[in-house]
Design a protein around this ligand. Structure first.
Ligand code: IMP
Ligand code: MG
Length: 172
């Protein structure tokens, strides 16, 4: 597939401002809690790194990675490639995602995380795609809502590339 030019949907400045706003809200919401921020690799790594540097309360970081079989995205199996490494039982978990589309990935991760019996689980997603899947209630903190287009940049890839763009865009 030949890639054309990229339309900028959210600029670096807009993203930084929104990340700071979310962090302020998290400082309030998690005050006095034992916060563990769990990033879903790879897509969330840039959002998470900016987010945790804006959050002022103490926190621990951890990561997990899931893979879904590309050839059958809607019905295929989601599999845990690797899991968090520290105990989260009784802790307050903030799960950080790049984008929630159908919500299948998120549901799978939440089900898995719940077996570890954390005190609470909240979800922050940089982007929420309004596709009518009706999974908005699963996401506690949304950076931006995006149209139903394939988006790239600020952690999000297309065939492994474009994660390093400082803005979020869509192919023209
Ligand atoms: P879901 O399971 O349908 O909610 O899809 C979520 C996952 O698919 C995300 O964590 C991304 O890895 C990937 N994804 C969905 N939409 C996009 C997109 O527009 N750009 C890049 N990755 C996407
Ligand atoms: Mg992802």
């Amino acid at each position: 597939m030949k890639k054309g030019e990229i339309d900028v949907l959210f600029t670096q400045e807009q993203i930084q401002k929104r990340v700071a706003e979310l962090a302020r809200q998290m400082d309030d919401d998690f005050m006095g809690r034992e916060l563990i921020v769990v990033g879903v690799l790879k897509g969330a790594f840039i959002f998470m790194s900016d987010l945790v540097r804006n959050i002022k309360i103490p926190l621990a970081c951890d990561f997990l990675r899931v893979a879904s079989y590309e050839h059958d995205k809607n019905t295929g199996v989601i599999r845990m490639e690797f899991d968090t490494t520290q105990p989260i039982t009784g802790k307050d978990v903030l799960l950080v995602e790049d984008i929630v589309d159908s919500g299948r990935t998120l549901r799978h991760i939440l089900k898995h995380m719940e077996t570890k019996e954390p005190r609470s689980i909240k979800v922050a997603s940089l982007l929420y795609k309004e596709t009518g899947a009706g999974v908005k209630k699963l996401v506690d903190y949304i950076g931006f809502e995006t149209p139903n287009k394939y988006v790239i940049g600020y952690g999000l890839d297309s065939e492994g590339i474009y994660r390093s763009l400082p803005y979020i865009g869509a192919f023209k």
